[in-house]
Design a protein around this ligand. Sequence first.
Ligand code: 5RP
Length: 245
Amino acid sequence: MRTLGPLTVAAQSSHGKRGNMSKTQDELKIEVAQAALDYIAPHVRPNSILGIGTGSTANHFINLLGESKLAFSGTVASSEASAQRLRDWGITVLELSSVDSLQFYIDGADEANDALELIKGGGAALTREKIVAAASETFVCIADESKAVSTLGSFPLPVEVIPMAERVVMKALKALGGRPQVREGVMTDNRNIIIDVHDFMISDPKATETAINQITGVVCNGLFAHRGADILLLSGQNGVVTKTA
Ligand code: 5RP
């Protein structure tokens, strides 16, 4: 583990005085997004293409990338929302099908273990996230310390499912030992539904990822175990630590 440098956030008190207070989760997300930019910057070249994830931490990264003077060729986004945010910053967004390889993929996570296996999909973008991660040379995962766990599964595992397969997949997920619940009012960018599997402690993430993918009607599940992160940047009250598997 390597500390990138403690950063104390001086927060504004209600009387206008600044004092040392603990950093909020949002401040930790900004801090780790900045650490990711600092991490990739020395390696990025004018012809580099970057994969960009989805969620509030990824949004902070997009904002910092937009404000930066970093020279690169373009990005591939893991969701329509991130693509729009990138375009709003004037950043080129490419189709993955037009790109040979992505140098880095920068994205958040809902949970991360010590092996850098992840649960993702809290923002319902898991399938495109997994595709972009698979196409990337280095997956830099950015998260605040609340996402670090010893065993994956406290966060309900998102599964993207073809709508007509809802009942059949729910039954199969119950048989695997979880408590599946359809995420109400959510349709993915691929026009599918999300089923979140609750009460499902995952002792063997790779085996569970494979088992869920075997269920007919499942498009993808939010376990990133076969292709986990290469680097995890984790922000906490004492700074950002870098973890490698
Ligand atoms: C979206 C994701 C996000 O990376 C994950 O939900 C973390 O989000 P946030 O950065 O808002 O905490 O997987 O599908």
